[in-house]
Write a protein that binds this ligand. Structure first.
Ligand SMILES: NC(=O)c1ccc[n+]([C@@H]2O[C@H](COP(=O)([O-])OP(=O)(O)OC[C@H]3O[C@@H](n4cnc5c(N)ncnc54)[C@H](O)[C@@H]3O)[C@@H](O)[C@H]2O)c1
Length: 258
């Protein structure tokens, strides 16, 4: 156990997913109380229990909510703030993917991915700002993707939402600096999470086979473990990053931007 987030109260969306759950764990290891929000009650409770079993004394509040719904997002923020008596850190991780080439992209999938990947980040931030301002050490960390800054074919809807997250985070940083709230975004590269394991299995591949697949343009030529993304999030959320705002970080093992 460390004390890098001692006394801090955090809310993490997408907390039952790979990066969200790993972030919850490193936050608890460093003394934070953490609310994790995800779609399914069972999944979010299992994620909370997994962290409690790894980190003695961990205080995790599991909340089930669809954060793409503004009132549900606000309700989750309110529940966390009420339970903890305030909120210091918001980490937005919730996300979905869409694999339609833009020539075939449907209005319905456009709306859904914008709702989840972009608007949920706006809704939770809006709801959390009063508490984050009161904190005096408020920090928002928004998870984007390397594909928010570099191009590829096939996932244009997802990539557009991830680019918008970077822009929205920067604007929020400008608007909130006078209230003492720092806002940053972060772009993971290939990160091995249950999502990719399930996707590999659907193609008949084991976790090891997915890990050994070509990682293309990554300088380190390997996948990240979710913890390797969670640790930069921890740093951004903590006082160690007290002079860092309106920034975007590439956590991608070194990949070219084009
Ligand atoms: N794994 C990677 O390689 C990678 C790379 C770059 C960016 N990312 C981003 O990191 C984040 C987490 O990725 P992951 O690989 O851990 O994926 P994941 O799919 O396991 O995690 C996303 C979580 O968000 C939850 N979620 C989705 N819609 C929601 C909603 N409306 N309300 C509440 N929760 C919702 C999901 O249930 C899931 O638990 C995503 O935003 C993803 O785009 C991942």
């Amino acid at each position: 156990m460390g004390d890098r987030l001692a006394g801090r109260r955090a809310l993490i969306t997408g907390g039952a997913g790979g990066i969200g759950a790993a972030t919850c764990q490193v936050f608890c290891e460093q003394g934070a109380r953490v609310a994790i929000v995800d779609l399914e009650r069972e999944a979010v409770e299992a994620a909370a229990e997994a962290v409690r079993s790894e980190v003695a004394g961990a205080e995790v509040l599991p909340l089930d909510a669809d954060v793409s719904d503004e009132s549900a997002a606000a309700g989750a923020v309110e529940a966390a703030t009420r339970t903890f008596g305030g909120l210091d850190i918001l980490v937005n991780v919730a996300g979905i993917r869409s694999y339609e080439p833009l020539a075939e992209a449907k209005a319905e999938t456009w709306r859904r991915i914008l709702d989840v990947n972009l608007l949920s980040y706006a809704y939770t931030a809006k709801a959390a700002l009063p508490a984050l301002r009161r904190s005096g050490k408020g920090s928002v960390v928004n998870v984007s993707s390397t594909y928010g800054v570099s191009g590829r074919a096939g996932m244009g809807q997802y990539d557009a939402t991830k680019a918008a997250i970077i822009a929205m985070s920067r604007t929020l940083a400008f608007e909130e600096v006078e209230h003492g709230v720092r806002v940053n975004s972060l772009c993971p590269g290939y990160t091995m999470t249950p999502f990719h394991i399930r996707r590999g299995e659907a193609r008949g591949l084991t976790r090891e086979q997915v890990l050994n697949e070509e990682v293309g343009d990554c300088l380190m030529r390997r996948w990240a473990d979710a913890r390797e993304v969670a640790l930069p999030i921890l740093w951004l959320a903590s006082d160690e990053a007290s002079y860092v705002t309106a920034a975007n970080f590439m956590i991608d093992g070194g990949r070219p931007v084009r």
